[in-house]
Design a binder for this molecule. Structure first.
Ligand SMILES: [Zn+2]
Length: 190
């Protein structure tokens, strides 16, 4: 083999590597954009019981990832007995399919969802819609004799009484404000 031939072969190989790298990079960019779009579609799905908050606001959309060309949305139920879970999963799946994605929804039970995962935006929306957001959970604090302080979402008053352990849905408790007398739902801490 002459030196010229060896050089020519090297150039060909380098070109081959470069174009493979470019194609790979291009595919990564497309996957990234696909994932970002799928994520925004899934994140915008409203909670069926609280239509003013999204699954992202509630922190139950765990992640959106790609398995090959299929979008996998990981969802954590607010609690295992919550009847809305199946509806939420179906809503997310339908939103992704409607947007043209090959998709499936995977339920993730561990680590378990807690109300701490509700975003600040989600808490604001709950409050604006007359539902007292859950008090921030502090696992370092003993809770056995601790009285939960729930502020009225209407007037902000802290003198409130629990009327019922269950509100309009099992994940809420019903309260009444002692100041303005308005009833309201409290999103229970889990
Ligand atoms: Zn009040």
């Amino acid at each position: 083999m002459s030196a010229a031939n060896a050089n020519a072969e090297t150039v060909v190989n380098t070109d081959g590597l470069n174009s493979r790298a470019n194609r790979h990079q291009q595919a990564n960019v497309e996957a990234h954009e696909l994932l970002a779009e799928a994520r925004s579609v899934a994140a915008a799905v409203a909670d069926p019981e609280l239509p003013f908050v999204t699954v992202e606001d509630l922190g139950i959309l765990r992640s959106v990832r790609l398995e090959g060309s299929q979008v996998v949305a990981e969802v954590s139920p607010t609690y295992s007995g919550c009847p809305a879970v199946a509806v939420i999963e179906q809503s997310i799946l339908n939103a992704l399919l409607d947007a043209g994605f090959d998709a499936r929804v995977q339920r993730v039970m561990s680590p378990a969802w807690t109300t701490d995962w509700i975003t600040d935006a989600g808490r604001q929306k709950l409050l604006q819609n007359g539902i007292a957001p859950p008090a921030a959970h502090n696992p370092a604090k003993p809770t056995l004799f601790e009285k939960t302080s729930v502020s009225c979402p209407h007037c902000g008053g802290s003198a409130t009484s629990r009327v019922s352990e269950f509100g309009s849905t099992p994940c809420k408790a019903q309260y009444r404000c002692d100041d303005c007398q308005e009833p309201f739902d409290y999103f229970k801490c889990l």
